[in-house]
Design a protein around this ligand. Structure first.
Ligand code: ATP
Length: 606
């Protein structure tokens, strides 16, 4: 019951046996410093056959067997104050019981290095056990007195565990759990233990380390970072992921405890922000839970986490200082993670922020480059950026601060990039100079607006004719609430007197109820094309041009096109082609265009 509720699965029984063998050999080495020691794992070869693990460690006397094996929680691996010894893997005094997950009986034969007679302990799943001194006893495999110093644990696994104790199953488990144990482990005579590549400190990563990196990351890692926290005996390597992960994703590390695998997915070894690395470490000073499948959240883990985080951070800073081109490559993959990081870490920010990629109205650049070119003008939202993109003057780029952390970083840019100047831009600031056309041209502009409105009714877009800079921009799609409000107010006041009042109130009510949220197309009276449009009478040409200008304004503002907008563009262009080469009637399928409003005779006169 205890085992089944502690461990995630029966496979851990191999880990517990390897661990006991390893500790027994460590104990023997204390008395015999030259002792090498080997753990032999002998898989079961077929149903009902024996599975065994043998070690040539310290062994057990009859008294120790009775005391240590038969009592839950008894362990020889704690000191006189009952504190776990850091030079032993075991500590809880329960590990051997995990064998009951695969077998109804545990048979231990042992001979102590103290010279005491060999002893046999048989523990059964019903809680009973027997202890027998083997001196003078002759068994099939061990004539009396021939039992070498060390311990052999035998199980007769249940049918359900056949896969775990088969040669292939055992090899896989012994390799997974014990491949880096400090004591040689063989499975059916084949050695599975080998050096841990993540502990090596060679200037160039060895093929083994690179292979481990590929295995852990699932691709060729971007880089490797050596890790070392002396205070908790934690050493290893962090592999930088070559692909981005979402910041919500937790990092996961592989942790070995004195060479024994604790977990392949520990998610609290590194700080949360370090989700762009995967670490493989060995530790002697961090504390396992009783299942030995996770780490206890204690001071040791907390300080280790902080120091491992510092190592990752040092690596990033080193990259910035020594190989900026590598940093650029790193940032292109992990800039999101780093944006989250730099807002809390000023020192790192000074190294990283100049290199962070950003979006501007003149294309992608970096914060550093933008600061070098002059005052960094940034928007607070993506929406504002999109609207301003339509009117940004060449040579005066606007930075999109709308993506996560960008506005915050932009606002603090002077702290991170010496000499940088920044300024927030809003749509309302930028286009408050949407002037009403001069009085003398008011009639012409109003007529243009009416006709443009008619051309866009089916697309649900109202227009306004205004004079604004830059004059190269023929039309602007305005969606900013403050600007829309001022446009509506002006329109109302143009109507004058009583109507101004009524329209103004209706407008406020609509805004309050959110019913008038659609944007408007502002046609630029200063633009040559718009001016020309006002002078032509051909309704077909005018409506198609207005429709093209509308879609162009949407695109310039990085606004998504609806299906209707795309159709409007294609139809309008097709018609223009027809019109320009003098073909027959326009061929649009759009109903509004198929039945163009009749042209007024007196339009010409006006
Ligand atoms: N192969 C072995 N050689 C010598 N002594 C052993 C061996 N296996 C077990 N023991 C003794 O039995 C005790 C109990 O073992 P058990 O595996 O239940 O717990 P543990 O290793 O002390 O702690 P943990 O539960 O953390 O593994 C050990 O402390 C050790 O003294």
């Amino acid at each position: 019951m205890l085992s089944a509720s502690i461990y995630t699965g029966p496979q851990v029984f191999i880990r517990e046996l390897l661990q006991n063998g390893c500790d027994a050999i460590s104990a023997r080495r204390e008395h015999e410093p030259g002792h090498v020691g080997t753990i032999r794992v002998l898989p079961a070869d077929g149903a009902g056959s024996v599975f065994a693990v043998e070690d040539d460690g310290i062994g057990l006397t009859a008294a120790e067997v009775g005391d240590l094996l038969a009592t839950v929680g008894r362990s020889s691996k704690r000191d006189i104050l009952d504190l776990p010894r850091t030079d032993r893997l075991g500590r809880f005094g329960i590990g051997l019981l995990s064998c009951f997950m695969v077998s109804d009986e545990i048979r231990v034969r042992s001979r102590s290095a103290t010279g005491a007679p060999a002893v046999e302990w048989i523990g059964r799943i019903d809680g009973t056990f027997t202890v027998t001194e083997l001196a003078g006893t002759v068994t099939a495999t061990e004539p009396a007195g021939d039992r070498p110093v060390g311990t052999r644990v035998e199980l007769i696994p249940r049918q359900a565990a056949a896969g775990l104790v088969s040669p292939a199953g055992v090899r896989e488990l012994a390799d997974r759990f014990g491949r880096h144990l400090p004591v040689r482990v063989t499975v059916a005579g084949e050695t599975v233990t080998r050096a841990a590549p993540f502990l090596e400190r060679t200037p160039v990563p060895s093929p083994e380390l690179r292979e481990l990196g590929r295995d852990v990351v699932g691709a060729e890692p971007f880089a490797t970072i050596p890790l070392h926290v002396p205070s908790t005996g934690t050493r290893g390597t962090a592999f930088v992921l070559p692909f981005p992960l979402s910041p919500g994703q937790r990092q996961s590390s592989r942790v070995y405890l004195g060479g024994m695998l604790l977990s392949e997915r520990t998610d609290d070894l590194l700080p949360d922000w370090a989700f762009f690395v995967r670490a493989v470490v060995d530790t002697t000073g961090l504390h396992p839970t009783a299942s030995r499948e996770a780490l206890i959240e204690d001071d040791a883990l907390e300080s280790t986490r902080a120091e491992l985080g510092a190592a990752v951070r040092r690596w990033v800073i080193g990259l910035a200082a020594q190989t900026p081109h590598r940093l650029a490559a790193f940032l292109s993959v992990h800039h999101l993670a780093l944006r989250a990081l730099v807002v809390h870490d000023d020192e790192l920010a000074r190294f990283i922020v100049p290199h962070l990629p950003i979006e501007t109205t003149e294309g992608p650049t970096t914060f550093g480059e933008a600061a070098r070119r002059g005052v960094v003008r940034y928007t607070r939202t993506v929406d504002e950026f999109r609207q301003l993109a339509g009117i940004a003057r060449p040579g005066a780029p606007i930075v999109n601060g709308g993506y996560v952390y960008d506005a915050e970083i932009a606002g603090r840019l002077p702290e991170f990039v010496p000499g940088a100047e920044v300024e927030i831009v809003t749509v309302a600031d930028e286009i408050d100079h949407l002037d009403v056309p001069p009085l003398a041209e008011r009639a012409a502009s109003r007529r243009l607006q009416e006709r443009a409105d008619a051309a866009l009714t089916d697309l649900d877009c109202a227009t306004a004719v205004r004079a604004f800079e830059p004059e190269s921009v023929p039309a602007l799609y305005v969606a900013d609430e403050a600007v829309l409000r001022s446009l509506r107010r002006e329109q109302a006041s143009e109507a004058g007197g009583f109507w101004a009042d009524v329209l103004g109130r209706a407008d406020e009510a609509a805004a309050a109820h959110g019913t008038d949220t659609a944007g408007r197309l502002a046609l630029n009276w200063r633009n040559r094309l718009v001016h020309t449009l006002a002078t032509i009478d051909d309704e077909a040409v005018l409506s198609r041009t207005v429709r093209v200008l509308y879609v162009q304004a949407l695109l310039a503002g990085h606004r998504p096109l609806r299906a209707a907008d795309r159709t409007a563009l294609t139809d309008a262009m097709t018609d223009m082609v027809h019109l320009s080469v003098g073909l027959d009637a326009p061929v649009t399928t759009d109903s509004e265009l198929r039945h163009p409003a009749p042209t007024h005779k007196d339009d010409h006169a006006e």
